[in-house]
Design a protein around this ligand. Structure first.
Ligand SMILES: Cc1cc2nc3c(=O)[nH]c(=O)nc-3n(C[C@H](O)[C@H](O)[C@H](O)COP(=O)(O)OP(=O)(O)OC[C@H]3O[C@@H](n4cnc5c(N)ncnc54)[C@H](O)[C@@H]3O)c2cc1C
Length: 279
């Protein structure tokens, strides 16, 4: 599909390196063509080397977390897709009311940890299947709150291979996705003390409400459209008569019209046709 990249650049890279890896294997939608290069560093040094290789070959770098908020084109992605895979990228550390979490840590695990620490502020992440890196990059959350409310600092790998600490006041949450100066390595949250029992109850309550309203167990990428001011996207889609509308293997969820589901075998093209129709 693409001209073969010189293997000598990759032979010393530690971690998984695959050429033309189908990204449908790495997204919750199970849709998407191949990545020109797919790289899973285990350690920070591997990541730095991988980014050097990408730079030497002029490959654009795309970070991928759990792949729960992306639609990958059927033609695939040119460049290097980097998925932080090693445990060293998924550590959690607590100091008083501060919790520092690696970018690869899953949100359900972060939430469980913060509850066990008796620290409140992240319950709004209940039911969101991503990683810390992806959640910070997209400012994940919803009507119960957003991750930005408790985020205090970010660790970013800069172009020189050094970790740069970005303080809360320096983070622009309205920025376009991908506009950060490098991969997010960790995030630090400032939380409030609370009873673990109370936090567990609150989290369960949010989860129960989400399960009732959203097709959480289907292949999706969560809500597709942002809510217009004063409106709810799902309601507008339902009112337009598009509930259940399908194209190829993709359909608009009858349960929550802002979710587009892959019933199996859907292409990105099918998904995008539905997106266009809704627009
Ligand atoms: C069933 C379901 C329910 C969902 N519910 C919600 C919800 O309630 N609220 C909500 O906000 N979202 C929701 N989502 C969407 C998604 O789970 C979140 O946006 C999640 O935070 C994305 O994390 P991820 O690791 O999957 O990121 P990905 O989808 O892998 O990536 C998303 C973006 O983040 C960037 N990124 C990922 N990791 C890094 C990194 N280390 N450094 C820099 N950039 C990075 C990627 O390049 C990409 O631009 C839902 C999705 C599903 C499937």
């Amino acid at each position: 599909m693409w001209t073969k990249l010189p293997e000598k650049y990759f032979k010393d890279l530690k971690g998984k390196v695959e050429f033309e890896e189908p990204l449908s294997r790495h997204t919750t939608l199970k849709i998407g063509g191949p990545a020109e290069v797919y790289f899973e560093p285990q350690e920070m040094q591997d990541l730095i080397r991988g980014l050097d290789v990408a730079s030497a070959l002029g490959l654009q770098v795309h970070l991928l977390g759990r792949g729960s908020n992306v639609l990958v084109r059927d033609e695939g992605v040119r460049g290097m897709v980097v998925h932080l895979a090693g445990r060293s990228f998924a550590r959690v550390k607590r100091e008083g009311a501060r919790v520092s979490a690696g970018a690869a840590l899953s949100l359900p695990r972060l939430l469980r940890k913060s509850i066990s620490f008796g620290l409140a502020g992240l319950e709004c992440l209940a039911g969101i299947p991503g990683t810390v890196g992806g959640a910070v990059a997209t400012n994940a959350g919803g009507r119960w709150g957003r991750i930005s409310s408790s985020l205090d600092a970010l660790g970013i790998l800069n172009k020189g291979g050094e970790v740069h600490r970005l303080e809360r006041t320096e983070i622009d949450f309205s920025r376009r996705e991908g506009a950060l100066p490098g991969p997010i390595l960790w995030a630090e949250f400032l939380l409030d003390g609370a009873e673990p029992g109370f936090l567990l109850e609150r989290t369960q309550e949010i989860l129960t409400q989400k399960k009732k309203a959203q097709p959480l167990t289907r292949r999706s990428a969560g809500s597709v459209f942002k809510n217009p001011p004063g409106e709810e996207a799902w309601r507008l889609i339902a009112e337009a008569g598009l509930r259940g509308r399908s194209c190829g293997g993709a359909y608009i969820s009858p349960k929550h019209c802002n979710f587009i589901i892959n019933r199996g075998g859907a292409k990105a093209k099918d998904f995008l046709i539905l997106v266009d129709e809704v627009r």
